[in-house]
Design a protein around this ligand. Sequence first.
Ligand code: DGL
Length: 291
Amino acid sequence: MTNNPTVDAAGTAEVDGTAEVDGSIGIFDSGVGGLTVLRQIQAVMPHENLLYFADQAHVPYGPRPDGEVQRFSLEISRFLIKHGAKIIIVACNTASAAALNYLRSAMAEVAFVGMEPAIKPGAGETQHGRVGVLATVGTFDSQRYASLMTRFARKVTVYEDPCLGLVEQIEAGELDSPETKRILNDALIPMSGENVDTLVLGCTHYPFVLPLIKQLAGPGVSVIDPAPAVARQTRRVLGERNLLIRSDSRGTLTSFTSGDPENFANSIRKLLGFQMPVSQAIWKSGTLTIS
Ligand code: DGL
């Protein structure tokens, strides 16, 4: 796998005096997908405290209108800041596409790091000039994606597939089921027929099915997951702002879900191989409260 994608330039906003070095790195996604980013952040910065929010009451975000994703993202960001986040990672391509600019203007004092499909590195890497992108409908329909295509995909042919239903399969822990295979086969067979040799994972859920993707795509296809680059970008932004933790002990892990906390704890165990305490946060009239 190549770990050289572009990530959002991030952190256009200043962190105000309330961000503390020993605050947490707040990370959110519609569900389990952002855990693929969390594990990279943990690998790069094991001493940092991590605070994860899974909006499982609203997963999937992919088919939702921008305005709705913006409202969810703003409230989740406020919630994370209230619980001690010093920076927020929008560990979701769909939410980054719909809401990152909105978040940066609504919470100008907060540093945000976002995600975007790795079109630029994909275009740089392909031998045959053919790149496949797997992302949600929301990401493909966004201005952010259109701008990436205009800037970086002029000299290559890009094949796109929204892998409808794949996010739901991954949320259900079905990483190798017949339905998961069918969805991926439907996406990947036409791409292989077109000689695609580079695949961009434009949804943070999809690295959880990387073994299956590699198996179905075959050995000649390189797969780009932006999560390691996002983790390095997060470390850079924290460093520039003097917000890296000054501690040698292992960081704490805390998580919230707006769905079922027991299910989410099981998913974490299954997907990451370790335990994390999970609390439930409930949406009430557009606001998050702890149950
Ligand atoms: N994991 C998310 C992404 O990166 C979104 C999945 C969804 O909720 O549709 O796009």
